[in-house]
Design a protein around this ligand. Sequence first.
Ligand code: GDP
Ligand code: IMO
Ligand code: MG
Length: 430
Amino acid sequence: MASVAVIGSQWGDEGKGKIVDWLSSRADVVVRFQGGHNAGHTLVIDGKTYKLHLLPSGIVRKSKLSIIGNGVVVDPWALLEEIKTVRDQGVDVTPDKLVIAENATLILPIHSVLDAAMEGARGNDPIGTTKRGIGPAYEDKIARRAIKVCDLRDLDILKEKLDGMMLHHNALLKGLGMDEVSADDIYTKLMDVKDEILSYSGVVWRVLEQARKDGKKILFEGAQGMMLDVDHGTYPFVTSSNMHAAQAATGSGVGPDAVGYVLGITKAYTTRVGAGPFPTEQENDVGTYLGEKGHEFGTTTGRKRRCGWFDAVLVRQSVTVSGIHGIALTKLDVLDGLEELKICVGYELDGKKIDYLPSSQVAQDKVAPIYETMEGWSGSTQGARSWKDLPAEAVKYVRHIEELIGAPVTLLSTSPERDDTILMHDPFTS
Ligand code: GDP
Ligand code: IMO
Ligand code: MG
């Protein structure tokens, strides 16, 4: 297929950055289509680490076009800081290489204030957001009071819109007993960044139309993962966007048929950052082992990730709901040395066996995982670059996952390094 959409199939941090970076050698254009700088995508190339939040993971390759689509919420200050960081690492970022959709929504300083305030108001039951203002910015977009990139061009409208937005938010801040935020202050801050942001802005749907006409290969890069999807995830413990493959179309301005092969990035076990249900969580030695061996600390906030066994029920659900054609299985090497491995193959809820995660918060809290136990392996998969280098038990584990989730393993990743990757089927030609 001419296009591939990469999406997370669990609760994020599955290794999307590494896989997008690897696949981008076969693509011409890489497009982020949702989320914001709540994302943290790690690339390791010849021992050098890049941590990307808003910039598409194709940015490190010289001849690729990177696009931030309309579905992304863009914090201009965070973006410019990130551009500076990667430039300092030797990456070239110019308007020839990076296009930001002129209809993308801006995250403004008020949004992180509101994010923190709403988390505080949730008292003992916070979501555990990244406090980057993601939720409040998407709220403003849906409420039709958001500032778009293109508004930076029309200063009268910008001022008017900011006044309207702050009238709304200051009423809330007042109700919470907090200091008001001035629209003028935000306006002044925007004046510092508008020219640079506008230098990257473009009509992304037309850029993609041309790319498709020219036969270019497009790689859509999702952030987060299906269990954090605002419709299909563990609501309300989710983020405020859809990471469903269909969002690749909506969030960039192409038709659904242009999305192509849907590649679900899937960790060989499960992690989650922030609060919310996690049926296979291991708050014991196993969880500690996975966390330490897998270096499971958030790329964006540095928070410790919660760790647990592979949940085939959840991944099967993501495969079905999002139309995943195949998966890239990552971090298999983290399981090296474990004597036995457990895989969740169903849940027990009120004495009955079920094979999906229900939507109700009460049910999600109550489900008990039903496990199958598999033999681990004493050999190493770390850094393996060929299927034949894998211990027999590791092959069995991978094959069993394919069977349980109803999708083939297209790529297998065995270390953070770009080239420690085994290709089973090329998604661009599948
Ligand atoms: P993303 O948000 O999905 O892009 O994932 P993150 O970058 O937040 O987290 C994944 C972490 O696992 C990063 O530190 C990667 O460098 C690392 N990683 C990716 N693939 C592998 C792998 O196959 N093995 C190991 N050990 N680490 C990996
Ligand atoms: P990548 O792209 C893991 C989680 C937060 C919190 C919830 C809501 O690196 O996989 P938000 O700030 O979005 O309102 O927080 O979503 N979260 C992520 N968890 N990986 C991410 O992105 C995440 N982005 C948001 O921890 O639980
Ligand atoms: Mg991440």
